[in-house]
Write a protein of this length. Structure first.
Length: 150
């Protein structure tokens, strides 16, 4: 199990350091066990790539679109051939990895629902990830809480 102190030499923005400080304990519950190869979409400065590598991943493919985060991601893993960095914004995801989808973990920072777009064959379905904050009442409560924090 890694600790916050393990991250002291990793170059992070204030925002990404706050993620480590507030979420690291939860990452141990959310992301473990780690597979051999991890696709880290929204990799930030590499805080989760670092986590995955320290918990058994052999390779991390880190995708990030924020220029400052990409710069720090490259600095953090400049000499680590286990990390492949891709500077890109992802709009669509296609996965067909010969059964590797089984037990795949997907994490997102907003509430969502899956909408079935089309069944192509018996075993192939296209899904759309749609933002879903709930009904009008739950949306109003969320907005009030956000305003109080500001």
């Amino acid at each position: 199990m890694c600790k916050i102190a393990d991250y002291r030499n990793l170059k992070l923005t204030e925002l990404h350091r706050s993620y480590v400080e507030t979420e690291l304990e939860q990452w141990h519950d959310w992301y473990l066990p780690v597979g051999r190869t991890v696709l880290d979409l929204g990799a930030g400065c590499g805080e989760t790539a670092f986590f995955y590598l320290n918990h058994g991943a052999e390779r991390v493919i880190a995708v990030e679109c924020d220029p400052e985060a990409v710069m720090l991601l490259r600095e953090n893993f400049a000499n680590d051939d286990r990390v492949t960095i891709i500077d890109a914004r992802i709009d669509s995801i296609k996965t067909d990895v010969e059964g590797s989808e089984r037990n795949m973990i997907i994490e997102t920072h907003f509430p969502f629902k899956l909408i079935k777009v089309k069944a192509l064959t018996r075993n192939v379905t296209i899904w759309k990830l749609s933002e879903d904050w709930g009904n009008v009442f739950t949306k109003a409560i969320r907005l009030l809480r956000e305003r109080r924090r500001q």
